[in-house]
Write a new protein. Structure first.
Length: 211
């Protein structure tokens, strides 16, 4: 049985993103992708319920049973549930970096369901490191409709435009993996903008190689 790095996605668009990053960071590691859009749909409709948490954890357990050496959950909304089952959550490394960069953190999200889990993660990481942080929130409400319509460029531009209207923070975190390429429209922005895919995958690769 081939030991894979298995990705758990809630949108198929992430497959290309993480295949590209894996080819750059660790082309020798075999990948497998699991896509279950219903997990995010349920979280948006009902929140992260006990029933949903059990579903997520079952997917992770099944992947590990079927040969995954490491499972990386790329959805921040359900990442905490996946982590409890032994997966890595894609946004943890980003949260670690953000807490180290300054106390005033702006959490940008295109989906409201992602704000709570990401805020909880940032708070937990800060507590672990004995850091006091202040978290602001930016919900890019117009952007998600463009994502659902398949207008990825419009989605990213909306996010970047919303971020450009902000100030008073030390670092900005993009709560969803799908938001990562908004940084291409923010190269001249004076505040660091962190996204999760590269940092999260680097952590997963390190775990894979260490096991």
């Amino acid at each position: 049985m081939i030991a894979t790095l298995t990705f758990l996605h809630t949108a198929p668009v992430h497959i290309e993103t993480f295949n590209r990053l894996l080819a750059e960071l660790a082309p020798e590691i075999p990948a497998q992708h699991i896509v279950d859009e219903s997990l995010l749909s349920e979280a948006r409709e009902s929140g992260v319920t006990e029933s949903l948490a059990k579903r997520v954890q079952q997917v992770v357990h099944d992947a590990l049973r079927d040969g995954a050496k490491v499972v990386l959950c790329t959805c921040s909304t359900i990442g905490g549930c996946a982590e409890l089952a032994g997966a890595l959550r894609v946004d943890r490394a980003m949260a670690e970096a953000a807490v180290a960069m300054g106390p005033r953190i702006l959490l940008a999200a295109a989906l409201a369901s992602t704000i709570g889990p990401t805020r909880d993660l940032l708070t937990a990481v800060a507590t672990e490191h004995g850091q006091a942080i202040v978290i602001g929130e930016l919900l890019c409400e117009r952007a998600w409709g463009k994502f659902e319509q398949g207008d990825l460029d419009g989605y990213l531009r909306e996010i970047a435009a919303d971020i450009r209207r902000t100030d008073g923070c030390d670092v900005i975190v993009l709560a969803q993996a799908s938001m990562a390429d908004a940084t291409k429209h923010l190269s001249d922005f004076p505040v660091p903008v962190l996204s999760s895919p590269r940092l999260g995958l680097a952590a997963a690769v390190a775990r894979y190689r260490a096991q």
